[in-house]
Design a binder for this molecule. Structure first.
Ligand SMILES: [Zn+2]
Length: 88
């Protein structure tokens, strides 16, 4: 099954509620995963676009994903809500 919702910061699929970040009031975020977003704030507010790219690359490689999928995730990165305003 194709995931429908992706973290708008790191592209991780967040269809599963368990992977979603939390808002200040404890409700689940529908935009961000639990690694990026906690209690209504980014866990790494100062991370740059390039820094995030490196992080994701490292994580996806550790998951042994096919190269095509890794490239696709990185290609999608600039379109995510968190990075849209950032010039690449
Ligand atoms: Zn994330």
């Amino acid at each position: 099954m194709e995931p429908k919702l992706f973290c708008q910061s790191c592209t991780m699929p967040i269809d599963n509620m368990a992977y979603r970040g939390t808002e200040k009031d404890g409700s689940k975020s529908s935009d961000y995963c639990k690694y990026c977003y906690k209690d209504g704030a980014f866990t790494e507010p100062d991370i740059t676009f390039e820094g995030m790219k490196k992080e994701i690359l490292k994580q996806l490689q550790q998951m042994n994903l096919p190269k095509g999928i890794i490239e696709k995730s990185l290609e999608n990165l600039p379109n995510l809500k968190r990075w849209k305003k950032v010039k690449v």
